[in-house]
Design a protein around this ligand. Structure first.
Ligand SMILES: [Zn+2]
Length: 454
């Protein structure tokens, strides 16, 4: 008994030690690991080092790439200056249309969920070993986040069906529609860590979308999908399952079929009809797939009478600051390679952002991967960087980078620092310049981003 207790104590101690170790190792990415000594004395300053727990971690492997969450990427995009991928996207689209139809494919889509019916739908899809696309409402996703996770875990695709499906708000101005798309996108990103570019207009685009809606959503990086087979399950309340099935069968099957169904509240008849609908397409030799941003969207034609709605047109300024930078959120994630002083290291997408034409990254991440030492002084709110012969101070209170030159002089750069998630983000250009490694080349293509410094 006694021995057991001793063993238990030992275990507790070991766990505590592990926790301390984790805290120490986890520290280099942020500035202030919670529970760590606040002041990291700067060795160059001859102050009586207060409990001088100098924090010094050199990452042996500069290639080490962090797991990335799209959320940080988002910040990159809102900052703008990333509209360069546009022509490439157009090229891809035309290539896709030229390609021969890859056989018959059916895309089952479910709108208005998630609801308690969604799990029933997921179960059927799993039994039948097929996948589908769920155009969900933000307010429903917020209510049933665990269902959203199950949708993703099941290999299905998520789409954005606006926040509350309220026609009056959504179709009185594009600004309102946009706001709801963004709100839903955020809810989904919080749950899943990623953003979906797929959008379906409540009620479909016909009679709702004008050119502004179509154009600005495309410009913002979204793909709007209507459908070409309506299951008729929302024609009125409680359409019986057999009527839903015959509705689907009535349509002349095209090679690419997008079936509209609903998994919102009150759609138990759709759940009942689903197995037979799946069997029907299986018998016809269709493959089942999820919608993706890479395919050509199915869209209704423009309602010629839509202009009568006289909706306000968003200003150029609003488009420039909201819509244009948004497209970057859906660009492929590209790492940034930084080469300086014959050392090369990589920042994964999300570990850096592009803002006003400049790359910003957490100073500790960048410098430690380059083999430098970084110290933080809580008292002066400054970071001290030591790299080879170079010594630089980032004073966040004054917004100044100061390089200590060999001849004893100071050179200063005015810099806009940013604090994000306990890390200090610095623009790379002045940082490298202050360290005596000015950037000589910056490359940004669809597949590569690289900064080469002296
Ligand atoms: Zn709907």
């Amino acid at each position: 008994m006694k021995q057991k207790r001793k063993f238990g104590l030992m275990l507790v101690r070991m766990m505590l030690l592990t926790l301390v170790l984790i805290a120490a190792v986890g520290a280099p990415l942020g500035f202030q690991p919670q529970g760590m000594p606040e002041v990291k004395a700067h060795p160059m300053k001859e102050q009586a080092a207060v409990g001088s727990a100098t924090h010094k971690v050199n990452l042996a492997a500069p290639q080490k790439v962090q797991t990335v969450n799209n959320s940080t990427n988002g910040a990159a995009a809102t900052a703008g200056a990333l509209a360069s991928a546009k022509p490439k996207k157009k090229l891809e689209a035309s290539q896709v249309t030229k390609k021969k139809a890859p056989g018959k494919t059916v895309y089952l889509t479910f709108d208005d969920g998630p609801s308690p019916h969604t799990d029933q739908v997921l179960e059927i899809l799993q039994q039948e070993e097929v996948t589908a696309t769920f155009f969900v409402l933000g307010q429903q996703a917020k209510r049933y986040p665990e269902v959203i996770r199950r949708i993703v875990d099941g290999g299905h695709a998520l789409g954005n069906h606006t926040y509350n499906h309220d026609y009056d708000a959504l179709y009185d101005s594009f600004g309102h529609f946009w706001k709801q798309v963004k709100a839903t996108e955020e809810v989904l990103r919080e749950i899943t860590g990623t953003r979906t570019p797929l959008v379906r207009a409540p009620g479909g685009t016909y009679g709702h979308f004008d050119k502004t809606y179509f154009n600005l959503l495309e410009q913002g990086g979204y793909k709007v999908f209507d459908w070409n087979v309506d299951s008729g399950d929302s024609k009125r309340k409680g359409v019986p399952a057999n009527e839903i099935v015959s509705h689907v069968k009535k349509e002349k099957p095209q090679d690419q079929v997008i079936v509209l169904m609903h998994d919102g509240g009150g759609h138990e008849e759709t759940v009942k009809a689903l197995p037979e609908i799946i069997h029907y397409y299986k018998k016809l030799g269709y493959a089942f797939s999820t919608l993706s941003a890479e395919q050509k969207p199915v869209q209704f034609t423009l309602d010629p009478g839509i202009g009568k709605k006289n909706r306000p047109i968003p200003s150029a300024e609003w488009v420039a600051s909201n819509v244009v930078p948004n497209a970057a959120l859906f660009e492929p994630e590209i790492p940034l390679t930084v080469e300086a002083g014959n050392v090369q290291m990589r920042l994964a997408a999300g570990e850096y952002v592009m803002q006003d034409g400049q790359y910003l990254a957490p100073v500790r991440t960048v410098m430690e991967r380059l083999g430098a030492d970084v110290y933080w002084s809580e008292a002066t709110q400054s970071a001290f960087i030591e790299w080879g012969d170079s010594s630089v101070i980032a004073d966040t209170q004054r917004g100044v980078l100061t390089a200590k030159r060999k001849d004893g002089s100071d050179v200063e750069w005015e810099v806009k620092f940013e604090r994000k998630a306990q890390a200090l983000w610095i623009p790379l250009r002045p940082l490298l310049e202050a360290l005596n490694h000015p950037i000589v080349e910056a490359v940004s293509t669809a597949t590569e981003r690289r900064v080469t410094a002296q």
